[in-house]
Design a protein around this ligand. Sequence first.
Ligand code: NAD
Ligand code: IPM
Ligand code: MN
Length: 352
Amino acid sequence: MALIAILPGDGIGPEVTAEAVRVLDALSLDLTFEEALVGGAAYHATGHPLPAETLDLAKRADAILFGAVGDPSCDALERSLRPEQAILGLRKELALFANLRPAKLFPGLEDASALKPEVAAAIDMVIVRELNGDVYFGEKGFRTNAAGNREGYDVMSYDEAEVLRIAHVGFRTAQKRGGKLCSVDKANVLETSQLWRDVVIEVSALYPDVALTHMYVDNAAMQLVRNPGQFDVIVTGNLFGDILSDQASMCAGSIGMLPSASLDANGKGLYEPIHGSAPDIAGQGKANPCATILSAAMLLRHSLGLDAAADRIEAAVGKALTDGARTADLGGSLSTRAMGDAVLAALEGLKA
Ligand code: NAD
Ligand code: IPM
Ligand code: MN
């Protein structure tokens, strides 16, 4: 019996998480679910975005399914109390350093992509994003500088051990796929990136079967829309990976389609859509639940070793889409619940 922590969070988080739980339930696996508050919802109820009970559940669980955090009513709070600190805290406390963000275009979604259909059709890649370091976790603050001006600062740094462990994940991911790894950095300007590049090159000696290339992040952003089919696996830092994965999502049809896995060194993981709490559509039943449903599939594969069940979820999402099921972000009019129903119906059909 595996324990799955369900952390729905804010905005559309609870709406999309509910659909993913329905899909997991329908598979009749040996799972128990335990839910806890996180983000703005937790702050409003307890005064803290990541209460001790929530962190404890996340630590006890075999895997975590996470919705999204972020609540405009919390934007004026001091940073340590803001909803986003909950996801950052979980990633750090649980040492979830390896973030896998697969981006592929499901057949039929060519028209939803911002790219020309033939360019979009070729996207099938994984962004391996480092998740425990970079400018996200450096020293930060406000000060008055020598000129008497207010100044905000966030220190960007990586140490070699951090780069080494994510580089290995990048190479191993490429080995299991097309054998191509593109390391994305800004080594022409940043010392942090120079160290990144040096360490990735050192690690590459252990993976002669993987073709390693390097690309500056500005060029990578351009290449992603010019010809996303050229990428197999990208390995990059926390900030660049955050930005490039949102961009990749729109190449693949919608930000509502991209799942993610955030893994520690032992296969424990947190699984979440790459999108946020979408306050602009929250509470309206408009959100696309596919990214979260696909995150549940990643959970089964990466943390529980249930590959066949994961394959079935992915096939059901594919079938629902080829049958024409579409939420508004994909150019359709289905509600979040109706999209979940379509995936469940496809799952039933696949059983038969
Ligand atoms: P967002 O991803 O929440 O939304 C960006 C745009 O995409 C919005 O127009 C939204 O309606 C749309 N969108 C997002 N998910 C969708 C879905 N499943 N279906 C249909 N449309 C979808 O990004 P944002 O607006 O920049 O941020 C909103 C809040 O979410 C902020 O507080 C931010 O910090 C937070 N956030 C949290 C996470 C997380 O929990 N991991 C990730 C990203 C942003
Ligand atoms: C994401 C989000 C988070 C990030 C925020 C909410 C801290 O944008 O998961 O992509 O920047 O990592
Ligand atoms: Mn993001």
